[in-house]
Design a protein around this ligand. Structure first.
Ligand SMILES: Nc1ncnc2c1ncn2[C@@H]1O[C@H](COP(=O)(O)OP(=O)(O)OP(=O)(O)O)[C@@H](O)[C@H]1O
Ligand SMILES: [Mg+2]
Length: 268
């Protein structure tokens, strides 16, 4: 890894506190035209990381939230009727390919199977996007980069990435930031004092320890930030924690009671 991180848009990039060497790896992948896969739980900083890196690299970012109805045409484009005329309109992937931008496919495992077929020739050394409907075969412009993310925790048998797809990406694993990172992130995002941010982060980590037993997923950094914002704006701590860090986690009354006991133990 070199010093290429003195990047164009660094000053204006949205705030992102690195957990390790992820910025260097992403930047090296970008330099080498390699696609990147971000794996990690909800609300741990993946989207923020991509927006930060896109700004630092001085590249446009086109984000697509994938869902089970997302088709290749949604990404590539389609013919639309406009004022009696049929015109071709590029989808976000095609725009990124033409412009040399970053295309970020959020929750890529959700997308329909025909999407992966489109991604294959783009994510190996051919870097081409065939557009069947127009007969074009686009060569990706310099700077084009494909970034995809998914949450391995939600995976089921039907929704996994095939090896032939995942083995086309450089992959980075994300997790909730360690307390020494999460505390300053919460403070910076919300203006909450250090002692209160530390308390919330301590509680968050206790709640995360329950993952797998009572909770499907640990409380996200996003929710800790929600709680911190409410507290910073004057809401009593217990109320904010209930609304932002407990209620979103479970609908089960017994589990909730258990979580509230934990809150009392940590917050006092
Ligand atoms: N390392 C970090 N530096 C700065 N902010 C962070 C960091 N990690 C998390 N955050 C904060 O957490 C919030 C949630 O992160 P983000 O939206 O990037 O999650 P995500 O991993 O994309 O989640 P999802 O999978 O649900 O889309 C961000 O808005 C940001 O405030
Ligand atoms: Mg996201």
């Amino acid at each position: 890894m070199d010093g290429s991180l003195t990047l164009k848009g660094a000053a204006d990039a949205p705030f992102y506190l690195p957990q390790g060497d992820e910025c260097e790896v992403f930047s090296a992948a970008a330099d080498n035209d390699l696609p990147v896969l971000l794996k990690g739980p909800t609300g741990c900083g993946k989207t923020r990381f991509v927006t930060h890196m896109a700004a630092r690299l001085g590249r446009q970012l086109h984000t697509v939230a994938c869902h089970d109805d997302l088709s290749a045409a949604d990404l590539i484009g389609r013919y639309l009727l406009k004022g009696g005329e049929t015109i071709w309109v590029d989808g976000p992937l095609t725009r990124a390919v033409r412009e040399g931008a970053i295309c970020y496919l959020d929750e890529v495992v959700e997308a329909r199977k025909d999407v992966t077929v489109v991604l294959h020739p783009l994510t190996d050394d051919r870097r081409i996007l065939p557009i069947d409907r127009t007969g074009e075969e686009l060569q990706a412009a310099p700077g084009f980069m494909l970034v995809a993310s998914y949450n391995p925790g939600y995976q089921n048998i039907l929704k996994t990435l095939k090896p032939s797809t995942r083995q086309r990406f450089v992959a980075l694993e994300f997790d909730f930031p360690a307390p020494k990172h999460e505390v300053p992130v919460v403070m910076r995002e919300t203006g909450l004092s250090e002692d209160r941010a530390k308390l919330l982060v301590r509680l968050a980590n206790k709640l995360r320890d329950l993952k797998g037993q009572d909770l499907e997923e640990g409380v996200s950094t996003r929710l800790v930030i929600y709680a911190a914002s409410l507290i910073a704006k004057g809401m009593p701590m217990e109320r904010a924690i209930l609304a932002a860090m407990i209620e979103p986690l479970t609908d089960d009354a017994d589990v909730k009671t258990g979580l509230l006991d934990l809150v009392t133990a940590v917050i006092g």
